[in-house]
Design a protein around this ligand. Structure first.
Ligand SMILES: C[S@@+](CC[C@H](N)C(=O)[O-])C[C@H]1O[C@@H](n2cnc3c(N)ncnc32)[C@H](O)[C@@H]1O
Length: 283
């Protein structure tokens, strides 16, 4: 089976090579320049390497309000790379009005912290969490018109549609077919190197290898539909989709709902269920 995995990776790598002429990076930046003017714009997870470049670009292209959201501290050099600079200095040097919000996308408070934006850019974050569907649901709550989703993916597994792989604790031989897909695998913890088990450092790992088909189903569960698929030199190891919100209430009840239901029951009330979101909208 491992031999099959490696052969599968090698074939996918060949396909990458044929596509390398396309300029992946330029295509992403062009998408931002084309979609930011006249819109509110949020870059979620824009600190690493870019250190706000996407947000600044959206602002320069004519976005009305721009938010950058990340876990990182904006006042220090990013991840020990002085050549990347740090956010506060870059913002001051440009005289920029980009709003920096520090937080975790998975925090229930993040939706309010960030606020709803017309256009949301979300690149390189989804494979860093044990909870990708939660992140997409949070993303849906802050997206009014369009979201650009870019994430590492794995090739489809023949006969197993919508398959995903859980990376942590794969042994080195088992990791090899996955690592073959990324020329920077030595930087991808739990794919190249082993899992980082230090307390607090968990988000640095890669958690789920998601096939494109699983990603589309996750997006649908989060109430998004795909409107554009971008062809990439790294395909199928990276997937980039432009998605728009479906006009549907969330599939899940609010995370506080059942606690509140129990509290209401203790007061002798029974909360409504099926039309909860309709009633909330009327309030
Ligand atoms: C791999 S980097 C991607 C950087 C850039 N967006 C790109 O596409 O190259 C992941 C970024 O997301 C941030 N991040 C990871 N998990 C996050 C979370 N749960 N909430 C907010 N930001 C997160 C990291 O701090 C980092 O800046």
């Amino acid at each position: 089976m491992r031999f099959i995995g490696r052969a599968w990776s090698a074939a996918a790598k060949l396909r990458q090579r044929f596509g390398e002429k396309e300029d992946w990076e330029a295509g992403r930046l062009e998408w931002v320049r084309r979609n930011a003017p006249g819109k509110s714009f949020a870059d979620i997870g824009g600190m690493f390497k870019y250190v706000g470049e996407i947000a600044f670009m959206a602002e320069e292209a004519g976005a009305t309000e721009v938010t950058m959201f990340d876990v990182g501290d904006p006042d220090i050099i990013c991840e020990g790379n002085p050549e990347w600079g740090w956010f506060d200095k870059k913002r001051a040097d440009r005289g920029s009005n980009v709003r920096y919000v520090q937080g975790n996308l998975e925090d229930p408070a993040a939706v309010e912290q960030i606020g709803v934006h017309d256009v949301v850019f979300f690149s390189g974050v989804l494979y860093h969490t044990p909870n990708p569907v939660l992140q997409l649901m949070q993303l849906r709550a802050i997206t009014r018109e369009l979201a650009f989703i870019s994430t590492l993916t794995i090739p489809e597994i023949p006969g197993f549609p919508q398959a995903c792989t859980f990376y942590p604790y794969l042994d080195p031989a088992a990791r090899r077919p996955y690592a073959e897909g990324y020329h920077w695998a030595s930087d991808l913890l739990a794919i190249g190197p082993s899992t980082d088990e230090r307390p607090m450092y968990g988000y640095g790992n890669c958690w789920w290898g998601i096939t494109r088909s699983a990603l589309v189903a996750m997006l649908r569960s989060a109430r998004f539909e795909v409107v554009e698929e971008r062809r990439l030199p790294l395909s199928p190891w990276v997937t980039e989709l432009v998605v728009r919100p479906l006009a549907l209430d969330p599939l899940l009840p609010p995370v506080t709902y059942f606690r509140e239901r129990g509290e209401a029951l203790a007061r002798g009330e029974r909360l409504p269920f099926a039309d909860w979101y309709d009633r909330a909208a009327d309030r």
